[in-house]
Design a protein around this ligand. Sequence first.
Ligand code: NAP
Length: 266
Amino acid sequence: MAQTHLGTALVTGASSGIGALYAEKLAQRGYDLILVARHRERLNALASSISTRTGRAVEVLPADLGDRTALAQVEAKLSQDASITLLVNNAGIGTHTPLLQSDVEQMTRMVELNITAPMRLAYAAVPGFMARGQGAVINIASIVAVAPELLNGVYGGSKAFVLAFSQSLQKELAGTGVQVQAVLPGATATDFWAIGGLPVENLDPGIVMRTEDLVDAALLGFERGEKVSIPSLHDGGKWDTYEAARQAMAGHLSSNTVAQRYAVVH
Ligand code: NAP
């Protein structure tokens, strides 16, 4: 049962999988909820079950985030409702297929949902958070953000965008009271896999995490103020080393002279 009231969390992709667990866990922590996804009946069932169990106010906002008109309605909600303190950008689709077996129209829909929607929703929410000096964005990326060779390249690229956008916002928003966390789940036991054409039962069970474990761990990372959380990476030092190497290189990437290895011999 909830202890404190932490404002309202708007969770996209809340009708199943990781998003539904976020909704549940955030309500338990004391957030009211706005649940966004396409399946209205699933959202209604979840809303009524969560509000009965936690006593929290739960609103549903059915929307296809791949549709600009529907997306604009969610943007309007985020920019106008000052009770919203947390945006969870979770809705997403993915697949494992290579370019030759992928439909470019489906890839474009993936870009709209995985990149355009979370970007526009962050643009709608963050100005209000900054004006009020508090608020947070949780962006659900994926481990493929740093390992794009594992699945479909457009999916990996879309999640690399989510990670890079989050890291840039973390720098921009430092000191404003607005927190941004990128979550990089590894394989997680949801409908994501079957929808993408490779049911999760086809994966090595040793690499598949329970959805509840993923969300509990990611929320622990959020509460610790972590910028990037990778619940399935056992040796956290590996991320620290990777990130330190990236940061060390960043200051050397631009120059008015050509690197010696590209020197043209005339
Ligand atoms: P999921 O169970 O398939 O959930 C996806 C959610 O997104 C559903 O609530 C779905 O609801 C919603 N959604 C899909 N298309 C939408 C649209 N056009 N407009 C609005 N909502 C839409 O999969 P999941 O694993 O929980 O995925 C959640 C996030 O985790 C995704 O961003 C995914 O890329 C990421 N992720 C998953 C894994 C994994 O192994 N499962 C690993 C890394 C990252 P409706 O169908 O009702 O619209």
